[in-house]
Ligand binder design. Structure first.
Ligand code: NAP
Length: 261
């Protein structure tokens, strides 16, 4: 299938590694020009070089913290126009809600709710004026099935989910071919997963391999997802064919969520 987005410009946030990188790779493979961001300049430049080798499109790397106004301004300034916005940032730390003070909550809400909302605000009206726009927010399967130790993530991302559900259905966006959807990862084999599982291993005295095996066994697909699989679904959601898909939460979890829908 040709996705019909060749030559569009995408801003893919938090994309030097993991799921964001998977999304950038899939978009670049379709001929999309991308601006990618991450805080660490070295890994970001290495990823930009990999992406440039994939296709003839333009790849611009902007090092910075996307959760800050400066980081967002720099990322937006590097993109001639944003036709596709993939919102992503690091997830909040796990823990017990009894230990979280206001600052921990504000940080999580800033990163995983207000940052995507700010970027949506900066881009959707331009998308609507041009008659094409795709926003994909990388959230988490924890929005659908909350994970107790990830309370900050459950809370902040649910706020974004509620907001998006309303915004996506606004007539002047939906009728202008601007779609806004969330893509919910289950367990994907990325640095983030390994860091989280290492925390579980250290706390419980098990080896990392044992913890990973146990986690894998909870997935009907009997494996972790890959960033490439995640990116492919994201690219389809950004495609010309997905104009009738809006306000949705697409769960990609190898069958782990046990509900019928
Ligand atoms: N992997 C999973 O199984 C899974 C499941 C559910 C939800 N998620 C969520 O999906 C998102 C991506 O996860 P991942 O597994 O791809 O993580 P990852 O492998 O750790 O990659 C995170 C990427 O985001 C960048 N980043 C982090 N914070 C940033 C910031 N403030 N500004 C700009 N870039 C930033 C990182 O680069 P720098 O560190 O250099 O900035 C890196 O490129 C996270 O929010 C995570 O919580 C992941």
């Amino acid at each position: 299938m040709i996705l019909g987005i060749e030559g569009k410009w995408a801003l893919v946030c938090a994309a030097s590694k993991g799921l964001g990188k998977g999304c950038a790779q899939a978009l670049v493979a379709e001929g999309v020009n991308v601006v990618i961001t991450a805080r660490g300049a070295d890994a970001l430049e290495a990823t930009a070089a990999e992406l440039r080798a994939l296709n003839g499109g333009r790849v611009v790397a902007v090092a910075g913290d996307i959760t800050t106004p400066e980081g967002r301004t720099a990322a937006l300034a590097a993109c001639p126009q944003v036709d596709i916005l993939v919102n992503n940032a690091g997830g909040p730390p796990p823990g017990d809600f009894r230990d979280w003070e206001r600052d921990a909550w504000i940080k999580a809400i800033d990163a995983n709710m207000l940052t995507p909302i700010e970027l949506i605000k900066a881009t959707v009206d331009g998308m609507a004026a041009r008659g094409f726009g795709r926003v994909v927010n990388i959230t988490s399967g924890a929005v659908k099935a909350p994970i107790d130790m990830l309370g900050l993530s459950n809370g902040a991302r649910s706020g974004l989910t509620g907001f998006v559900a309303g915004l996506a259905r606004q007539g002047r966006l939906a009728s202008a071919n601007v779609t806004i959807n969330n893509l919910l990862p289950g367990v994907f084999d990325t640095d983030r997963l390994r860091t989280t599982m290492q925390g579980v291993a250290s706390k419980s005295g098990q080896s990392l391999d044992a913890v990973l095996d146990k986690r894998r066994a909870t997935v009907p697909a009997a494996r972790f997802g890959t960033a490439a699989e995640f990116g492919a679904v994201c690219a389809f959601m950004c495609s010309a064919h997905a104009g009738y898909l809006t306000g949705q939460n697409i769960l990609l979890d190898g069958g782990a969520f046990p509900g019928a829908f």
